[in-house]
Design a protein around this ligand. Structure first.
Ligand code: NAD
Ligand code: TYD
Length: 379
């Protein structure tokens, strides 16, 4: 059995959840690095999936988009065999903690059962197919949330930290991680897993903190801070996450888990204030933005920070996440390249320059969902 993916002469990728935030960034990154690679992008296009996130990739002859559910065994098996795929990079998931609190069912369905379906097919095709065992790799994308929550002085999560998921989202991801581990241990499937901290960057769906704050400032809408806003997250620029995953695909040791993090802890309230300051500066420097966004806080003569409103806390809200990424740095030489001041400015500019991307999302039923959510939180 191979220890790294080096024995896979040509990596032919199935990327699940490819039309979501990180999956789409990964497809762009991988095809930029390997323009002639085979990459089949599979996505069910749930509310979080967006075909526009993959625009421009059709120019690569090895790229195909397939709309479908990871629970659809016949479809997944056909895609795997038709294209002779030998690597799965598994992003597809329900990913929003608040939604998992309101309605956990879809999280079990996709994150646990869907992952199991992929593992089952990977086993059938790569271990027990007509040619017997073939070189392969199943890379599973997981999260730091499986480790639970940290106190202010606790050491950061490392790969041996016991799992203690607190939200239905985190529990469903932990369940998926355990299944990946079990398929390796029991059947000999060649796997790797990465557990990453909070990402930010282009294509981030505006239900998550950073894009929600940017878009709400552009609408002069309240900036909801759950509880006291002193909860801490470790933020990583999404392209760094993609590079970390690519590094694991290229050099990662089979059977290992790698933590990926930004070494960049921020309290929510501080990050919201920072975004507000940067946006106020940008609007002051360049009056074009005032014309482009006449409903924005700045165009209405307000400071962004004035929109901050503390609302009811998230039930079971984890207080602090922090990643110890020593292992991936020591073993694979990977370190994040984009510092936070650069990454956050780049991200804000991306949202300012791509209003058509998020306006499409905000115009639909999603805006109503957000307003209902916000009304419930204020109550
Ligand atoms: P996202 O919600 O933006 O995208 C998820 C994608 O999966 C969407 O395109 C959606 O249509 C697709 N999908 C959902 N159910 C599906 C199904 N049954 N079949 C096929 N496709 C389906 O999520 P994201 O933020 O891009 O996260 C991607 C992965 O990274 C997830 O596994 C998540 O747990 C993990 N992760 C995310 C973060 C983060 O900060 N966003 C951090 C660490 C790990
Ligand atoms: P989120 O982006 O949902 O990511 P996660 O819950 O996976 O960490 O939230 C990041 C942090 O921001 C989290 O502590 C919850 C908080 N938060 C708010 O305070 N207000 C909001 O409107 C949202 C969406 C999140």
């Amino acid at each position: 059995m191979s220890v790294t993916t080096d024995s896979i002469v040509e990596k032919r990728l199935l990327v699940t959840g490819a039309a979501g935030f990180i999956g789409a960034n990964f497809c762009h990154y991988w095809l930029q690095q390997h323009p002639r690679a085979t990459l089949i992008a599979l996505d069910a296009l749930t509310y979080a999936g967006n075909r526009h996130n993959l625009e421009g990739l059709e120019q690569h002859s090895g790229f195909r988009f397939v709309q479908g559910d990871i629970n659809d065994a016949l479809l997944v098996e056909r895609v795997m065999t038709d294209h002779h795929l030998n690597v799965i990079v598994h992003f597809a998931a329900e990913s929003h903690v608040d939604r998992s609190i309101h309605d956990p069912d879809a999280f079990i369905q996709t994150n646990i059962l869907g992952t199991h379906n992929l593992l089952r097919i990977a086993r059938a095709v790569w271990l027990d197919g007509p040619q017997g065992w073939i070189p392969h790799r199943f890379h599973h994308i997981s999260t730091d949330e499986v480790y639970g929550t940290l106190g202010p002085q606790d050491p950061a999560f490392h790969e041996e930290t016991p799992y203690a998921p607190n939200s239905p989202y985190a529990a469903s991801k932990a369940g998926a991680d355990h299944l990946v581990r079990a398929y390796r241990h029991t059947y000999g499937l060649s796997t790797t897993t990465s557990n990453c901290s909070n990402n930010y960057g282009p294509y981030h769906f505006p239900e998550k903190l950073i894009p929600l704050i940017i878009v709400n400032i552009l609408h002069n809408k309240p900036l909801p801070i759950y509880g006291d806003g002193r909860q801490i997250r470790d933020w990583l620029y999404v392209e760094d996450h993609c590079r970390g995953i690519a590094t694991i695909l290229e050099q990662g040791r089979e059977g290992e888990s790698y933590n990926i993090g930004g070494c960049n802890e921020w309290a929510n309230i501080d990050i919201v204030r920072l975004i507000g300051e940067i946006m106020d500066e940008l609007f002051a420097e360049d009056p074009r933005w005032l014309q482009a966004f006449p409903h924005s806080a700045a165009a209405q003569g307000r400071k962004s920070a004035d929109l901050i409103q503390h609302v009811r806390d998230r039930p079971g809200h984890d207080r602090r996440y922090a990643i110890d990424a020593t292992k991936i740095t020591r073993e694979l030489g990977f370190k994040p390249a984009v510092d936070f001041p650069t990454g956050i400015r780049q991200t804000i500019r991306w949202y300012l320059e791509h209003p058509q991307w998020w306006q499409k999302i905000m115009d639909g039923s999603y805006r109503e969902w957000l307003d209902v959510q916000y009304g419930a939180l204020k109550a």
